[in-house]
Design a protein around this ligand. Structure first.
Ligand code: PGA
Length: 255
């Protein structure tokens, strides 16, 4: 089965949650739960928790990611963080193009592409988010939207660099709403995205690429979603903030 050609990765996206104390508690609870799991384990945390997360996860199987980065190497960009700064700290992953950045912070396909390039050039692994809004699904243009977002994000990215990208398919209407895409809907779009990657690169790159589902994935619906051929893990918001819940997802993805 092609699913064996790629690694399932469960990545937490803490968003703007967890002060330092909360982060310490959650990570300390998570460590023993994650220790025997075979899937990839990533926690993407606010910038202010990165140092705590890196310190506490040292020598464990938990990798640390940031939730965004800027596309310039340095300069007059007040409030921004460069990819090299993250890399220097020891950060391994960065989420790029999350729908909340696209919706609330004027992120576009062009700036997503710039950020992906900058992150890969810095040696970071990218979790690239794509997904349609409810109105786009209702208009029947889901595939057009995710194809455009995917093709734009990979513009100018070599096949070798593309191997350091995970795609997270996150239908915007399912994020933080408790409304999950059905396993069939999620599988359909993840399979479509794999086809887009195959067209852009080749089948081997597409078969090897981890494609996650994200959007209200939790301890109850994870098994069904993760059993699907083209769903290789998840990008998890709410359920990543509770160690036991996140642990269930890790266990499911390790089966
Ligand atoms: P959710 O968030 O699991 O809380 O829906 C997922 C995400 O935004 O990455």
């Amino acid at each position: 089965m092609n699913k064996n050609l790629r690694k399932a990765v469960i990545a937490g996206n803490w968003k703007m949650n967890m002060d330092r104390k909360g982060a310490e508690k959650l990570i300390n609870e998570l460590k023993p739960i994650a220790a025997d799991k075979t899937c990839g384990v990533v926690i993407c945390v606010p910038y202010t928790d990165l140092e705590t997360a890196l310190r506490l996860t040292e020598g464990t199987n938990i990798a640390v990611g940031a939730e965004n980065c800027h596309f310039k190497k340095s300069g007059a960009f007040t409030g921004e963080i460069a990819a090299d700064m993250l890399k220097e700290m020891g950060v391994e992953y960065v989420i790029i193009g999350h729908s909340e950045r696209r919706q609330y912070f004027a992120e576009t396909d062009l700036t997503v592409n710039r950020r992906v390039k900058a992150a890969l050039a810095a040696g970071l692994k990218v979790i690239l988010c794509v997904g349609e809004m409810l109105s786009e699904r209702e208009d029947g243009i889901t595939e057009d939207v995710v194809e455009l977002q995917t093709v734009a994000a990979f513009t100018g990215i070599s096949a070798e660099d593309a191997k350091n990208v995970i795609i997270a398919y996150e239908p915007v209407w399912a994020i933080g709403t408790g409304k999950t895409a059905t396993a069939e809907q999620a599988e359909e779009v993840c399979a479509f995205i794999r086809g887009v990657v195959a067209k852009r690169y080749d089948q081997a790159i597409a078969d090897g690429m981890t494609i996650q589902y994200g959007g209200s994935m939790n301890e109850k619906n994870a098994a069904e979603l993760l059993a699907k051929e083209n769903i290789d893990g998840g990008l998890i918001g709410g359920a990543s903030l509770v160690a036991e819940k996140f642990g269930v997802l890790l266990a499911e993805a390790s089966k």
